[in-house]
Design a protein around this ligand. Structure first.
Ligand code: NAD
Ligand code: DAU
Length: 361
C-alpha cells in the first residue's frame, strides 16, 4: 500500500472483481477516496480484466480468495487494518440459484457468517478512534421483500421479508445475520437493499447485457413468460455513490433502500435495447425486434419489484442521477466499444450456462 495519502481510509472490498464491486472499486480509486484490498474468489462472475485500467496502482490489491476462508480474511485484516469492509461477494444470478441452490447457501449465507465472525474478532481488538470509525457495509437486494402486485406500494425498509427464490432466501438470510451482529455484539453494520443494476462490465447472463449481445449477434432474444414482469432499474454508478454515502453518513444498524425510481416491464426494456441498437449499429434488412422470442417462464418468477427510496433521499440526500434513457444508451455504447472484454467473458463455461438455461426452454 502506498503511504503517500495517509488520510485516505482503507477498505476491504469483497467481490470487487464482479459487476457492481468492480465499478465501486474503480470509482473509489479514480477519485482517490479509499485504498482498496479487493478479496474475490474469481468465480465465473469475477473478472480481473474489469480492473485492468487500474494498472499497477499501489493502492489497489486484488487477492484471490473466499470470504468463507477465515484464516485468509483474518490475515488480510491483520495486515491491512482496514477502516471498513464492503461486502459485495455473492452468487448473484436467480436462474443459477434455481438450478443449483447449494452454492448460494455456501457463499451468501455461510460465507457471510464467516466474514462477520472474523470481522468481529478484528473489530473487538481495535481501540479508540479506529474502533469508533470502523464500518461493515453489507450490499443486499430488493428481492428479499418478495413480489408486488401492480397496485401495491413500493418496498420500504420496514416491508416484511418474503424471499421467493433460493437466491433471495440466501440474501435475506445474510441480511438477518448482519442485523443479528449489530443487536447481539454491537458491531457497526449497515445494510443496503438495491434494485436491478445495469451498466458497464455486467456479466451477460443478466437481462440487459444478454439482450444487447444476442441482438448484436442476430440471435433470439429470450423473454420469460409474458414479458410483463416489472423491475426497477438503476445505473450502476448511482448505486456505487449511494453505497459510499451510506458508508460515510449512514446510521449504524440501519438499512437503506436504493432504487432508480424507474419501473419498466421486461418487454419494454428489450424493445428499447432493439431500438437503440438499430440506431447505433444498424444491420441491413434486420429489425431487431423480430428477434424477440417468448420462452418458458422462470420458476417462481417474481412479478414486480419497486423501491421506495425516500429514506436515503431524506436522511442522506441521495437521488439517482442517470435517467434510464441515457443510462441504457451509454450501456449499449460500452458493450459496442469493448468487444475484447465481451469475448473474454463469453468463454467455454459461458456457453455451458447458455445451453443449460436456454436449451430446453
Ligand atoms: P456478480 O455476480 O457480478 O459479482 C459477484 C462477485 O463476487 C464476483 O466477482 C465473484 O467472483 C465474487 N464471489 C463470489 N463468491 C465469492 C466468495 N465466496 N468469496 C469471494 N468472492 C466471491 O454480482 P453483482 O451483480 O456485482 O452483485 C454484487 C452484490 O450486489 C451481490 O451481493 C448482489 O446480491 C448485490 N446486488 C446486485 C444487484 C444487481 O442488480 N446486480 C442488485 C442489488 C444487489
Ligand atoms: O432486484 C435486484 C436483483 O436484480 C439482484 O439482486 C440480482 O443479483 C440481479 O441478478 C437481478 O435479479 P433479476 O432476476 O431481476 O435480474 P435478471 O437480469 O436475471 O432478470 C431481469 C428480468 O428479466 C427478470 O424478470 C427475468 C427476466 N429475464 C431474464 C433473463 C436472463 C428474461 O425475460 N429473459 C432472460 O433471458
Amino acid at each position: 500500500m502506498n503511504e503517500t495519502h495517509p488520510s485516505i481510509p482503507v477498505y476491504l472490498v469483497t467481490g470487487g472483481a464482479g459487476f457492481i464491486g468492480a465499478n465501486f472499486v474503480l470509482r473509489m480509486r479514480q477519485s482517490n477516496q479509499a485504498k482498496i484490498i479487493n478479496l474475490d474468489k474469481l468465480t465465473y462472475a469475477g473478472n480481473p480484466q474489469t480492473l485492468a485500467s487500474l494498472g499497477d496502482d499501489p493502492d489497489h490489491q486484488l487477492v484471490r480468495g473466499d470470504i468463507g476462508n477465515s484464516e485468509l480474511v483474518a490475515h488480510l485484516l491483520d495486515k491491512y487494518q482496514p477502516d471498513a469492509i464492503v461486502n459485495f461477494a455473492a452468487e448473484s444470478h436467480v436462474d443459477r440459484s434455481i438450478l443449483n441452490p447449494g452454492e448460494f447457501i455456501q457463499t451468501n449465507v455461510v460465507g457471510t457468517l464467516n466474514l462477520l465472525q472474523t470481522t468481529r474478532a478484528y473489530w473487538e481488538r481495535l481501540t479508540g478512534d479506529k474502533k469508533e470509525r470502523f464500518r461493515f457495509l453489507h450490499v443486499s437486494t430488493d428481492e428479499v421483500y418478495g413480489s408486488l402486485s401492480p397496485t401495491d406500494p413500493a418496498f420500504r425498509e420496514d416491508t416484511p421479508y418474503a424471499p421467493n427464490s433460493p437466491y433471495a432466501a440466501s440474501k435475506a438470510s445474510s441480511d438477518h445475520l448482519v442485523r443479528a451482529y449489530f443487536h447481539t455484539y454491537g458491531m457497526p453494520v449497515l445494510t443496503t437493499n438495491c434494485s436491478n443494476n445495469y451498466g458497464p462490465y455486467q456479466f451477460p447472463e443478466k437481462l440487459i447485457p444478454l439482450i444487447i449481445l444476442n441482438a448484436l449477434q442476430g440471435k433470439p432474444l429470450p423473454v420469460y413468460g409474458d414479458g410483463q414482469n416489472v423491475r426497477d432499474w438503476l445505473y450502476v454508478t448511482d448505486h456505487c455513490d449511494a453505497i459510499a454515502l451510506v458508508l460515510n453518513k449512514g446510521k449504524l444498524g440501519e438499512t437503506y433502500n436504493i432504487g432508480g425510481i424507474n419501473e419498466k416491464t421486461n418487454i419494454t426494456v428489450v424493445q428499447t435495447i432493439c431500438e437503440i441498437l438499430d440506431k447505433l449499429s444498424p444491420k441491413e434488412g434486420l429489425d431487431r425486434k423480430s428477434l424477440i422470442t417468448y420462452v418458458t417462464d422462470r420458476l417462481g418468477h417474481d412479478r414486480r419489484y419497486a423501491i421506495d427510496c425516500n429514506k436515503i433521499d431524506r436522511e442522506l440526500g441521495w437521488k439517482p442521477k442517470e435517467s434510464f434513457e441515457t443510462g441504457l444508451e451509454q450501456t449499449v455504447k460500452w458493450y459496442l466499444a469493448n468487444p475484447e472484454w465481451v469475448e473474454a467473458v463469453q468463454s467455454g463455461a459461458y456457453q455451458t450456462w447458455i445451453n443449460q438455461n436456454y436449451g430446453d426452454r
